[in-house]
Design a protein around this ligand. Structure first.
Ligand SMILES: Cc1cc2nc3c(=O)[nH]c(=O)nc-3n(C[C@H](O)[C@H](O)[C@H](O)COP(=O)(O)OP(=O)(O)OC[C@H]3O[C@@H](n4cnc5c(N)ncnc54)[C@H](O)[C@@H]3O)c2cc1C
Length: 464
């Protein structure tokens, strides 16, 4: 059978694109090498980490319940049950993806897919090899954890995001290499579960893609909570010992230190899965392993599109993969396709406190020559944040003085990853600071802090 479209990979990019193809009435197949559908995000990324982070929040509440006037006698974290809950959530949603494929009449083919000439994919599985033919192919093969040269995960001491999510105990100590979103989320989570956590980051600040003030605030709060943070640090000579891992660290001060931990998590970035998928011999162009695409997600090879973590120039996030899938499918189906606007992609980091951001940071806005005005509002002045007992952090609006254009919104604080929705919508609708100042925010809510940050652009916040 010749399909209208074959999607290679069933992560949030691939499965969402397949659903949309089905909705457009395209004859569609999806190829997945793993036994379960859902990709990194659902199986070993966004969903299981957030399940753990939720439990860490609840556990923290129990430990500090007396602050709310609730006496809990000897609360205990039963980690195998925590793991079981996480696994159930993942299984439920992976089955949900199976259901979506059936509902949208998408054929699911399990096996390893490789491009095999124009409009052809060879799929290899335990049952042998078969060729799928399609007028269009959407490559959505995602990414995997980058490792340091010569280092491999042993699933016990040296871990990536995959193995750490399967530990059925809380390590006494955990060293983490890398303080991007993945590294800091695991730090926040396992610290609250009880591990002694040290985070090593080579760059001068943690969460380096965020606004500098946000990085500083997270670092301050991590340190205050007892997480050790070493920025500007080089690590090497990693050895597995009898009961853990030993590594050498050269700290920012130049001091050398030998660090021991029960486990080591490597979270130094994600490598695109673009090797061994038959790209050689095509006109698909690569940039350091990432696939170059045009605004409609077309690669250099006619009929081949690329979406998600393998794409050059867009952040490796689930919602970006999905959005790119929508663009590719609309283009394939001849429907209006609106390219992804890189400046309106929200970032969300689910640490304690959380981070939500969109648009330009203050430094980027200044570098681009805008006449920058900043509005900042601290959660300590927000009554709902006090009620929640989470009043660290702030909302920061980066605006242009000339027309009140909103250039960026950066939030660190309670539910920051939810609150950022208002900033994203405001920017998408091209609202100005003035529009947001007239937008009525219900009281008492934490999103009032967002409204107040817009007031603060003109030095007119009421509560601070
Ligand atoms: C620990 C962690 C936490 C994260 N948390 C978040 C978060 O909170 N929010 C967020 O937005 N992003 C998060 N991410 C990033 C997010 O997981 C990715 O951006 C997203 O999964 C990318 O989607 P994708 O469809 O491009 O690829 P993937 O999800 O990687 O899926 C690719 C799929 O293709 C399959 N595949 C690969 N090669 C082949 C082949 N040759 N044949 C057949 N199948 C193949 C793979 O098995 C996989 O199922 C997180 C990542 C990690 C590691």
């Amino acid at each position: 059978m010749t399909y209208d479209v074959i999607v290679l990979g069933s992560g949030p990019g691939g499965y969402s694109a397949a659903v949309r193809a089905g909705q457009y009435g395209l004859k569609t197949a999806i190829i997945e090498k793993d036994a379960r559908l859902g990709g990194c995000c659902l199986l070993v990324g966004c969903i299981p980490t957030k399940a753990f982070l939720h439990t860490a929040d609840v556990w923290e509440r129990f430990k500090h319940s007396v602050e709310e006037g609730i006496q809990c006698e000897n609360p205990r974290l039963d980690f195998p049950l925590v793991l079981d809950r996480k696994n159930k959530i993942v299984s439920k949603h992976s089955k949900g993806v199976d259901f979506l494929m059936k509902k949208n009449k998408v054929d699911v083919i399990h096996g390893y897919g490789r491009l095999a000439g124009p409009g052809k994919i060879e799929v290899t599985s335990a049952n042998g090899a078969q060729i799928g033919e399609a007028r269009n192919i959407v490559v959505a093969t995602g990414s995997e954890a980058r490792m340091l040269p010569g280092l491999t995960s042993d699933a016990k001491r040296i871990l990536t995001n995959i193995e750490i999510l399967d530990l059925n105990y809380v390590p006494k100590s955990l060293a983490i290499l890398g303080a991007g979103a993945v590294g800091v989320e695991f730090a926040s989570c396992f610290h609250r579960f009880g591990s002694q956590v040290t985070v090593f980051e080579m760059l001068p600040r943690i969460v380096p893609v965020e606004d500098e003030e946000v990085s500083k605030e997270l670092e301050r709060l991590f340190r205050k909570s007892g997480i050790r943070v070493e920025t500007g640090a080089k690590t090497g000579d990693i050895q597995v010992t009898g009961d853990g891992v030993r590594l050498k660290a050269t700290l920012a001060s130049g001091k050398e230190e030998t660090v021991e931990a029960e486990c080591l998590l490597v979270a130094i970035g994600r490598k695109p899965n673009t090797e061994n998928i038959g790209l050689e011999g095509t006109r698909v162009e690569l940039d350091r392993g990432f696939i170059k695409v045009d605004p409609y997600q077309r690669t250099g090879e006619p009929g081949i599109y690329a979406i998600g973590d393998i794409v050059a120039g867009t952040p490796q996030l689930a919602h970006v993969a999905t959005a790119e899938g929508m663009v590719a499918m609309a283009h394939i189906a001849g429907k209006p396709a609106v390219p992804v606007n890189k400046n309106r992609i929200p970032g969300a980091t689910y640490t304690e406190p959380g981070i939500g951001s969109v648009g330009l940071t203050e430094a980027q806005a200044r570098a681009q020559g805008y006449d920058v005005k900043i509005g900042k509002f601290p959660f300590v002045a927000n009554s709902k944040a006090s009620i929640l007992g989470h009043h660290d952090g702030f909302v920061k609006v980066v605006a242009d003085q000339t027309y009140g254009e909103i250039l960026g919104v950066h939030i660190i604080g309670p539910e920051a990853f939810e609150l950022i929705g208002e900033g994203v919508l405001a920017m998408e609708a091209e609202a100005t600071v003035e529009t947001l100042r007239h937008t009525i925010h219900a009281h008492p809510t934490i999103y009032e802090a967002v409204g107040e940050a817009f007031n603060a652009v003109y030095g007119q916040a009421i509560n601070a």
